[in-house]
Ligand binder design. Sequence first.
Ligand code: PMP
Ligand code: GLN
Length: 394
Amino acid sequence: MNAPISRTSSKLRPFGTTIFSEMTALAQQHGAINLAQGFPDFEGPAELVAAAQQALSEGHNQYARSQGHPELVAALAKKYRDRHGLAFDALKEVVVFAGATEGIACALLGLLEPGDEVVGFEPYYDSYPVAIALAGAVARWCPLRFPGFALDAAALERCFTSRTRVLLLNTPHNPTGKVFTRDELAVIAELCRKRDVVVVADEVYEHLTYDGAVHLPIATLPGMHERTLTLSSGGKTYSMTGWKIGWGVGPAPLVAAAQAAQQYVTFAIATPLQVAMARAIVRLGDAYFAQLQREYAERRTFLLDVLRRAGFAPAAPQGAYFVLADFTARFPPERHGDDRALARALVVAPGVAAIPPSVFYAGCDDGRRLLRFAFCKKMETLRAAAERLLEPRG
Ligand code: PMP
Ligand code: GLN
């Protein structure tokens, strides 16, 4: 039979299926341990499940307020004020999304005109180029080079043109684990202020940093509060990626732009889960975040050690829950091919799934010699992966 004719819009066809669905399906097919897609294989806090059950039985079951349930927007406004001294009006400067993924898409759809340009960093989270393309805009990527990922200020400046409207920043960063320093953020902020560019700051891993690295919201830098839309998500912080509760905070015109799109994309987000997330944000504070970091630090140390012993050269992440590792010493590309070929082979034997990160790059080919391993997994899962990765091989 002939292959069916694609009916997918030409805007989306170049992007195909996301690598996360592809690798998870392959892992399931081959019974591989999934260190590819970044989702915890452990339960989030029991309080959240109890709060969701309570919200369901309290009758929070109809459409929520489009911009976000009053309890959740109030909890978020208080959290940003208490933690970072950032003041947001809960009813005008906070918007709830179906995860940060929807937030990124709605922010870009709401802020950009066709032909506008967006400056971002590669490697990037895979939805960024798609959301930019859907908005009819053009991406300019500034490379963060393996293994140090330092900001190249001159390269960043070269990405800016008279058409630049938005800078898309992700810190802590997926997939590198980079946490942008205060000095780096100051360089970015200076360029954005000078050129009147809005920052969309994806901070979904805000609570996951290691080795003393400190996450600093770019909105806290001088002159940046008024030009930054900060996005985050309960999925990472509360280990509930399936809830898809994300949010944006920023000055009213930026929130209004993103919400102008959101009101026609989803209109409103699952009401009982918003109520439960609000209660979690109020109840789970510093002690919970410290415990979360301790557990992730242990998983990170373990995975780094295993990767080194297995012959990879990993870059130790300062944040988020991924490790990029150079595989070329252990798996020479002349014999094993590039990241895509190797990732497919490792799913079969020894049965460990990782992400081939070349999909996160547009212009730079660092990804072809790297694999991304996720450590948001039970220690038991990581130990099982270790056994497989450390098996003697021919
Ligand atoms: N941004 C980054 C950098 C991510 O890694 C993720 C992970 N899924 C998201 C956004 C999306 O978050 P959510 O699941 O809340 O849509
Ligand atoms: N953010 C997660 C990752 O980078 C998963 C995202 C997804 O499955 N869409 O692996």
